[in-house]
Design a protein around this ligand. Structure first.
Ligand SMILES: [Zn+2]
Length: 221
């Protein structure tokens, strides 16, 4: 079976720093499906001042995660658009089991859901997060060639070192604790694949491709 014949419904699990964003972008570019990042959607809505954006801003500025209902609504709306009918790569969703089971209902009849879990040892994640530069305004991950300013919006770049290593480490622990039930929810499925994210990005991309082929073959049987 050719991968082209297989609906490419992909979600990426894994903690911040595991390389989800990079791999999701590559997949979207090579497979011609939209990359759907709930973080981007929330940021754009916040900047545009929509009702959704205002609600999300209030929640996030209080230091809370945006609730399941809002997140599910955002993703449902996005997946209903025509460009997502033949596949998508989701980054940042689902974050909870409630969101995961809502996603299962949303894509009923659209082919299998491929779940890629990016696995990277904690020490490596801490190292990556500490040196990672992000835009202080739009949140974009800095490309290597951006020296001081964001290549998308021109705002200044900041590093997580400013937060302190202990805070980075604590954030990771919270993330892993919160998403463990999600991994449990998916891990028994044949279309679940753990990907070793502790390798060069190109090697990870090859592993992702291989996992997609295998998942499509499994779905065809
Ligand atoms: Zn920016």
């Amino acid at each position: 079976m050719n991968l082209r014949d297989c609906a490419l419904n992909v979600i990426m699990l894994g903690p911040p720093g595991a390389g989800k964003g990079t791999q999701a972008e590559r997949l979207a570019r090579t497979r011609l499906v939209p990359k759907i990042s709930t973080g981007d959607i929330l940021r754009e809505a916040g900047q545009a001042g929509t009702e959704l954006g205002r609600a999300a801003n209030v929640t996030m500025s209080a230091g809370n995660l945006v609730g399941d209902d809002i997140m599910i609504g955002i993703v449902q709306e996005r997946l209903d658009r025509t460009d997502a009918r033949h596949g998508f790569v989701l980054d940042g969703f689902p974050r909870t089991v409630v969101q995961a089971s809502a996603l299962d209902r949303m894509i009923e009849g659209r082919g299998p859901l491929v779940v890629l879990d990016m696995v990277v040892p904690e020490e490596e994640l801490v190292r990556r997060l500490a040196i990672r530069r992000i835009c202080s305004k739009c949140g974009a991950n800095a490309a290597p060639e951006w020296t001081t300013a964001c290549g998308k919006c021109g705002a200044s770049l900041v590093t997580r070192v400013d937060d302190g290593i202990d805070i980075v480490r604590e954030r990771l622990k919270v993330y892993l604790r919160q998403t463990k039930p999600l991994v449990d929810y998916y891990s028994a499925r044949p279309s679940f694949r753990a990907i070793d994210g502790n390798q060069a990005p190109d090697v990870v991309t090859a592993a992702v491709d291989e996992a997609l082929e295998a998942a499509c073959r499994g779905a065809a049987q």
